[in-house]
Design a binder for this molecule. Structure first.
Ligand SMILES: [Zn+2]
Length: 157
């Protein structure tokens, strides 16, 4: 799923669960669970071994816009809530699997450093994540929208 969706799910979890360990594990477990379902996402499509600079910049821009939208939205949703800290923390925890994937790829590409723990997490994320050929855009968009609507319902009740 895109980052903003993961963050909304996290905020919803944080609005209901106030045990830090439980918050941590449920946020991460739901990230993997929802990545296993058809969902909406953007890809870096290119041929050859290295993406062209223009495509890389466009891809990075999408991620930054996605992340900023999530941050603004979660801060807005949490603003007047007594569960504010838990909502913000769970939104952050919900991003960890993608954040660690990014860290693994960045360390490997930029510094040639192949971290063993990050590599295991990267492969786990890749294994549970729905494969590209099974991820239908119609079902993906519908399921991701339902997850967002349900999360907002939990949050605003
Ligand atoms: Zn993910």
């Amino acid at each position: 799923m895109i980052l903003v969706s993961h963050m909304i799910v996290g905020a919803a979890i944080g609005s209901r669960i106030h045990n830090l360990w439980l918050l941590f594990f449920i946020s991460i477990a739901l990230h993997y669970a929802f990545d296993a379902l058809p969902h909406w996402e953007y890809h870096l499509r290119f041929q050859g071994s290295n993406p062209p600079k223009k495509k890389l910049i466009a891809f990075a821009a999408k991620i930054i816009i996605d992340l900023l939208t999530g941050v603004i939205l979660v801060f807005f949703l949490a603003k007047n809530s007594p569960d504010r800290s838990f909502m913000l923390l769970a939104a952050l925890f919900s991003l960890l699997p993608d954040g660690l994937t990014f860290l693994y790829i960045a360390l490997k590409k930029v510094f040639g450093y192949d971290d063993k723990i990050l590599k295991k997490l990267f492969h786990f994320h890749h294994t549970v994540h729905i494969s590209k050929n099974k991820n239908s855009p119609v079902w993906g968009t519908a399921i991701e929208l339902l997850i967002i609507i349900f999360s907002l319902f939990v949050l605003l009740r």
